[in-house]
Write a protein that binds this ligand. Structure first.
Ligand code: NOJ
Length: 695
């Protein structure tokens, strides 16, 4: 029997900041028309200036295009995926991995629009995000920046983010193109990947973002099949610009340009930050010597200028105000940050319905762990958050941003408990603090795993002896609840300990982390977050691990993430797409029709519990054997909020995109004829209903 508590998840989730006005985005054709007229009047010096960077480390933007004769402005390019880097009075949003865990396109787009607003009003033309690298090896240092292991979920999150950012007239940059899935030796290793895997896994999110009007792409540090990513003809010219029809521009990652004509002729359009020595006067010389055609230089410039016009940046664009400039752009974004953090929290276990906290029944709680409290030297003490101190709400490196403030879990729980007359004992240091757990009705233990750019994790164990801390707390209190802040999967050797009643994965939630988790623990928000990655029983179970080899063969091919576990029949600890709620959902009446290579499905979902809640209804597809696909792949999802005792019907449409496979020989997407199976699941491993259909 569930405890009867008053939950108002729909209301809590609706407490967002006011919707933003959106700019009128021009069509590519119209934008190109305008660009061509302008570029026709440019000298070669102007053109070279627009594609070359200048000023890195000079206290301006992280990337800047050079000054022209005055015909086109200098563009400001700035990190990153969670907020405006190196700025004051800006917000720190939930990380990409956290955002993906909401499986909520509207919330993801809201975050994008908020980000776009902040970039715009800080005068940034080009936001260097989202990061959309697939989570392949769980130890990879930048997994927290991206949207997880599945291309479809990643594609939906990328599209919503790009739409949001660009709705504010800011150019979004999808990065890092491509096959960039670890930090170790990132400038030298070669990703050895076949064309089908590239298309169906690593390029899929780019394809979706291009459909949404994506403005810029950043080519990556690594090599692809032996060629520097920024000069790889196959992925840049043939695939991205050719087959995928990308009309924006390709910039290098910072210092990832290795040549002039080779890169430019393979499809690189801009060098950042401009100290490579390969663009600027070298590019001008290459054009004069005929190594780069004037037409190609014009194309590079037109791509940049057209994107600028597409987003209407020629009109009233705010001046740059980074660094210490005190232009406050935060609006009411903290509401959205809090709501996304709460909606992303994944309830992994909840024995005896220990959560949510029921005031009256619960009189005293203990809050334990350094991860619950503040950092010793303040939330922004380490440059780009390159250290783990206090509660972990963002990862480290260029993808980080400066906290305007940080609400810690300990503070938020104390504030909330006070209103509910619950006593809180806080012990925010090391393993010895477990003693505070004694006697409390619930002992919350906060643990984390830090991840940052330039370094991969050496293991998936929690930091700072987190496993030991959990065990110590569980020894003192048989109502232990574990909260994990990490950027991806972690090892959970204590998971079967009967004293551990609940486990929550909260990702890196940004500046409102404490309020977000308190919303879930106290039941103001009924958890609906679902894992955007698989958590294995053993670290050796995953499809890939970080390596120091110079060549990294992607031998798992399409079987990334949960697909690997299913193909090899390995039981995960918590499967992709998994997460509990404070209520239960029942699925029925799955109907599938297929006509003219279009498939429609509808299913009834009923909230059979006693509290309102939101379910993430997931569609997986099994292809005919002849397609040689993984056992099943995600091809749809919807988040539906359903009142207690009510039900709703959820519809899905699968078209050519969802039903096709990439055929490298034909160089095209093809629908394979045969019998398919459409599955409706509450996770990748919890399939409730399946129906076969023929194509
Ligand atoms: C390198 C990172 O890989 C990239 O993501 C970032 O945008 C640039 N540095 C600029 O800081």
């Amino acid at each position: 029997m569930k405890p009867i508590v008053l939950l108002t998840p729909a209301i809590a989730l609706l407490q967002l900041s006011a919707a933003k006005e959106t700019i009128h985005e021009r069509s590519w054709d119209e934008a190109y028309g305008m660009a061509q007229s302008l570029v026709a009047n440019m000298t070669i010096n102007d053109k070279v200036a627009i594609v070359s960077g200048v000023g890195f480390g000079l206290g301006h933007c992280i990337g800047n295009t050079r000054k022209t004769s005055g015909i086109f402005p200098q563009l400001c390019l700035q990190d990153g995926p969670v907020g405006v880097r190196d700025a004051k009075s800006t917000s720190v949003f939930p990380a990409g991995i956290t955002t993906a865990a909401t499986w909520d396109r509207d919330l993801i787009q809201t975050r994008g629009a908020d980000l776009g607003y902040e970039f715009r009003h800080k005068g940034v033309h080009v936001a260097l995000g989202p990061s959309i690298d697939i989570l392949r090896a769980p130890q990879a240092g930048r997994n927290w920046e991206g949207f997880g292991e599945d291309p479809y979920l990643n594609g939906e999150a990328t599209t919503a983010t790009v739409r949001g950012i660009q709705s504010q007239g800011v150019i979004a940059t999808a990065k890092h193109f491509t096959g960039y899935n670890q930090e170790t030796n990132r400038n030298t290793y070669s990703t050895e990947v076949d064309d089908r895997t590239l298309h169906e896994v690593y390029l899929w999110p780019y394809a979706r973002a291009i459909e949404a009007g994506l403005g810029a792409v950043m080519c990556s540090y690594n090599n692809i099949n032996g060629t520097h990513a920024c000069q790889d003809e196959h992925t840049l010219n043939t695939t991205l610009k050719g087959e995928m029809g990308f009309r924006g521009w390709v910039m290098s990652d910072w210092f990832a340009t290795h040549s002039t004509a080779d890169g430019v002729n393979a499809g690189q359009d801009m060098d950042m930050p401009g100290r490579s020595g390969h663009f600027g006067s070298s590019l001008k010389r290459a054009v004069k010597k005929g190594k780069v055609t004037p037409e190609r230089l014009t194309d590079m410039v037109e791509r940049i200028v057209a994107t600028y016009y597409k987003l209407g940046q020629e009109k009233d664009y705010p001046a740059v105000s980074l660094g210490d400039a005190d232009v406050d752009v935060q609006e009411n974004h903290k509401k959205d940050i809090r709501a996304i953090g709460a909606a992303a929290t994944v309830l992994l276990s909840n024995k005896d319905d220990i959560l949510p906290i029921v005031p009256g029944k619960i009189k005293q709680v203990a809050v334990i762990g350094e991860d619950a409290g503040g950092a010793i030297f303040g939330p922004n003490a380490c440059i780009l958050h390159s250290c783990n101190s206090g509660t972990l709400a963002v990862g480290g490196g260029s993808g980080s941003a400066t906290f305007p403030y940080l609400v810690t879990p300990a503070d938020a729980i104390q504030a909330r408990a006070k209103n509910a007359s619950i006593d809180v004992k806080v012990a925010d240091s090391n393993i010895f603090s477990a003693s505070k757990a004694e006697g409390a009705d619930i002992a919350f233990v906060f643990v984390n795993a830090f991840a940052q750019e330039s370094f991969d994790r050496s293991s998936l164990d929690l930091d700072k002896n987190g496993n030991k801390l959990i065990e110590n707390v569980a020894k003192k209190n048989n109502n232990t609840v574990v909260v994990i802040h990490s950027g991806g999967p972690v090892n959970m050797p204590w998971i079967d300990n009967p004293s551990i009643k609940a486990v929550l994965w909260a990702g890196y939630p940004g500046q409102e982390t404490g309020n977000s988790i308190a919303d879930v623990l106290f039941g103001d928000v009924n958890p609906s977050g679902r894992l955007p990655f698989t958590i294995a029983k053993h670290e050796t179970d995953y499809c890939a691990k970080v390596t120091s080899d110079s060549k990294i063969p992607y031998t798992e091919k399409l079987n990334v993430g949960y697909r690997w576990f299913e193909a090899l029949n390995i039981k995960p600890l918590f499967p992709f797409g998994y997460g509990l709620s404070y209520t239960d959902f029942k699925y029925s009446h799955l109907e599938v029709t297929s006509k003219n290579k279009q498939v429609q499905a509808s299913v009834r979902v009923e909230n059979t519990g006693e509290v309102d809640g939101a379910e993430i209804v997931q569609v997986y597809l099994s292809f005919p054997d002849a397609a040689h696909e993984p056992p099943k792949v995600l091809r749809g999802f919807e988040k539906v909020t359903i009142k207690a005792g009510k039900s709703t019907s959820v519809q899905f449409k699968l078209g050519k995109t969802e039903l096709s496979i990439w055929e490298p020989k034909a160089r095209d997407w093809k629908i394979v004829s045969g019998m398919y199976k459409l599955h409706i699941g509450a996770s990748s491993a919890d399939i409730r209903l399946s129906v076969e259909f023929e194509l």
